[in-house]
Design a protein around this ligand. Structure first.
Ligand code: SF4
Ligand code: SF4
Ligand code: SF4
Length: 328
């Protein structure tokens, strides 16, 4: 057998759901391990330290995945070191590729975020209002350090060069296996590409009106998912439930639609889209019948920016403007 591909996996600022999705390919992971040698997987799986990564020769790792966004100085450091040690770096999942859910925090100031996390939540018991500090002297003798909070969330490619991107929050396990097969066989698109089937969620959705010889019509009503149960066979967008399927990569095989939930866009943009959140806004606006429907939409979704940029705020052009997060 040819030499195994040396594989690394780093969780930056995410929730580790992407790593769970990789493990979720179950017994097929055993087949994949015939071709992959795991040389680094931190901090969740293997008992390796960051200094082990720092000690590797540059380019030692053939293929590295990063999941999670860059949220603190530790993420910044480890992502930069991993880039240096890896021949090919993949931004794996919505957080790494687009900023992910946590990037919505950049619509708030650091003070708002810290107050919410460490003071104001129902379950928090912090009468002195103590907040984390990057450095503190404990009991007068222990000099403790914590990673510092960055001014804003970054995608991986806002920090280092990225070779490939994978969407999903998390990526779908079936698609991950196809991805590993593509990597092992060397059957990869040009550098800088998203690794995707290239189909939109609508293309793989069994509700697509085109599959039933029906035309898409402008929608005159808008519903939130808590308002009743949609028809399980008809297009959700046509029923008035906002669905980002037309502009989202469908490597999940329309999993949400299969359980009667609209697509929220975790798969990332279909090819050629520069600002995914803006494309979601434009897709929704062009689906509405008239101004009255737009007013209904705005009344029902009172936080449209977060709704449309749910997974992609860091990568959006709008986020390049000054936001409360930038000032923190
Ligand atoms: S993309 Fe989703 S599953 Fe993956 S790290 Fe981010 S929040 Fe977690
Ligand atoms: S808009 Fe949503 S429900 Fe309609 S076909 Fe596309 S993915 Fe399916
Ligand atoms: S249907 Fe949309 S939100 Fe659901 S898993 Fe697929 S891409 Fe993500």
């Amino acid at each position: 057998m040819a030499d195994k591909i040396k594989f690394g996996f780093l969780l930056a600022g995410g929730c580790a759901g992407c790593e769970t999705a990789l493990v979720d390919i179950s017994e097929r992971l055993v087949d994949a391990l015939d071709h992959l040698e795991v040389v680094f997987w931190a901090p969740t799986v293997a008992d390796v330290k960051y200094k082990d990564l720092e000690a590797m020769e540059d380019g030692y790792i053939d293929l590295a995945f990063v999941d999670g966004m860059v949220r603190n100085t530790e993420n910044e450091h480890t992502v930069k070191v991993l880039r240096q040690k890896s021949k090919t770096l993949v931004a794996f999942g919505a957080c790494a590729s687009l900023g992910g859910i946590a990037a919505l925090g950049d619509m708030h100031s650091k003070k708002e975020l810290f107050d919410q996390a460490y003071k104001d939540t129902f379950s928090t018991d912090n009468p002195e209002g103590i907040l984390p500090e990057p450095q503190c002297l404990w009991e007068g003798k222990y000099d403790l350090t914590l990673p510092a909070f960055t001014k804003r969330v970054s995608t991986i490619d806002q920090l280092v060069d990225v070779d490939y991107y994978v969407g999903g929050c998390p990526p779908h396990h079936d698609f991950i296996f196809q991805l590993i097969q593509a990597v092992v066989s060397g059957n990869l698109p040009p550098k800088g590409s998203w690794l995707t089937s290239g189909k939109a969620v609508c293309d793989v959705c069994k509700r697509n009106p085109a599959e039933h010889d029906q035309q898409r019509l402008p929608i005159g009503e808008v519903y939130r998912t808590v308002e009743g149960l949609p028809d399980e066979d008809k297009c959700l967008l046509q029923q008035g439930y906002i669905c980002f399927g037309p502009v989202t990569q469908g490597d999940c095989q329309a999993s949400c639609l299969n359980v009667n939930i609209p697509c929220r866009g975790c798969g990332g943009p279909i090819p050629g889209v520069r600002d995914y959140g803006a494309r979601c806004v434009s897709m929704v606006a062009s689906s509405l019948k008239d101004d009255q429907t737009a007013e209904k939409l705005i009344a029902k979704f009172n936080d449209m920016a977060k709704f449309c940029y749910r997974y992609s705020y860091s990568s959006g052009i709008l986020n390049q403007k000054l936001t409360p997060g930038n000032k923190a």
